[in-house]
Every structure is written in C-alpha cells, then in structure tokens.
Design a protein around this ligand. Sequence first.
Ligand SMILES: C[S@@+](CC[C@H](N)C(=O)[O-])C[C@H]1O[C@@H](n2cnc3c(N)ncnc32)[C@H](O)[C@@H]1O
Length: 238
Amino acid sequence: MNKGPDGKNTSGRGQRDLTVRVKSARGRTASSTRWLQRQLNDPYVKRAQNEGYRGRAAFKIMEVDDKFRFLVPGARVVDLGCAPGGWIQVAVPRINALEEKKGKAVGTILGIDLQEVEPIPGATIHQLDFMDEGADEQVKEWLGGSADVVMSDMAASSSGHKQTDHLRIISLCEAAAYLAFDVLEEGGTFVSKVLAGGAEGELQKLLKQRFAKVANVKPPSSRADSSEKFVVASGFRG
Ligand SMILES: C[S@@+](CC[C@H](N)C(=O)[O-])C[C@H]1O[C@@H](n2cnc3c(N)ncnc32)[C@H](O)[C@@H]1O
C-alpha cells in the first residue's frame, strides 16, 4: 500500500484521466490560460496532489536520487530554494531525519528560501535571500558543521527573456556551488538545477575540478519543453 509524506494511504486515489479544458476568461492572458491548462492536465501535478507532496518538483529529486543515491540514512543535507518544500518531504524519510528507522543513522536537513515555508517535521527551515551579502556565512552558522549533500533548485521568477533567465539561474547555481565547496565533507555530493547552454560550460568546468564525477540528468518529471536539467557532482575532492 502506498503512503504519502503525510503518512496517509494514497493508493487508488485520482485514477481517472480526464483532460481539463480551460476557457479563456476576462483578465486572464493567453499565456496564463495556457499555463493553467498545462497545470491542470499535468500527471505529475495530479500525482503530487494525490500523494501529498507540496509540488511536482518532489518527483524530480526522487528520480535523481533513485539514480544516484545520495539521500541516505544519516546524511546532512542543505536544500537551497526549498519552498514550498517538496524536496524536503522526499529527503526527510530517505535520510531518516525523523528517526523512524531504528538502528539507522539519523540525518538532518536545513532548508533555505526567499519565501516563508510551512514547517516540515524533521527539517529546519529559514527564510533568506541566498544572494544577499553574507548569506553563505549565515547558512554555515545555521548548519554548524559540514554537510554530505548540498542541493539547489533555486530559480528566479521568469523574466520572459530566455538569455536573462539562463544567466540568472547559472549565477544561483554558482553561488550554491561555492557554498558546497566550503561545507561539503570529502566525498560529498552537489546537486543543482541548471538551464542547458551558454554560460553553463564554465560551471561544469569548475565542478569537474572539484568533484570526481559530474553527471547531467534530465529526470522524466522535468518538462520536455524546458531546457532545465540537473547537474549531479559526486565525490567532492575537498
Ligand atoms: C522551483 S522552486 C523550488 C521548489 C522546491 N525544490 C520544492 O520541491 O518545493 C525555486 C525556489 O527558489 C527560490 N529562490 C530563488 N532565488 C532565491 C534566492 N536568491 N535565495 C533563496 N531562494 C531563492 C524561490 O523562492 C523558489 O521557492
């Protein structure tokens, strides 16, 4: 029987597959009508609702971790850009942050976001702009030691200009990588969302110098029409 992160039975819920059509409404732009229609018909949005996850992003980290296995019992994790909390919901049971699996090491997770996040049992969450001066020092203070995993799903809201969005996401990813260099334990893992192309090459070069392996993955739940992918750098050299 399947259980969601809230512990409720999720089997058999929401099995019907009906395509929802959205009528254009006064005051709604064509692009927001398209967004709403896509959202209402997205199988991962439905799955997230049925299984109790706060967003479809939860499936991305689930799929990436199923392949690379870095969210292990006892892991100390930093999650940058964690709102509304889907990645944390996935990580808490995997790292055993609630001490549910007796005899297994107990993990910790520190989440950071610009936005306020509803508390999640087993996680410590702070509201902070990670691009503010001194933010990385603040995160290190909250962390109070080293980490095994630094993961980032940070993304600025879309400007509508592809190149600008690309540069913004790469600079968020770079800032996350520099925190990783400072706090990761030798052998640790860095996972970050990136947008393919352009400035991404420099970042990949930097990661290859500091990690034994750098892989790029596009999990099935990442929309095919988006240039989003995830870089997984493992075996931090220290
Ligand atoms: C795609 S969402 C993350 C979804 C999250 N992984 C989940 O599973 O719920 C991207 C997040 O990055 C956050 N973000 C963007 N820029 C940031 C910054 N400078 N500092 C902290 N968080 C930031 C946004 O507020 C947003 O909540």
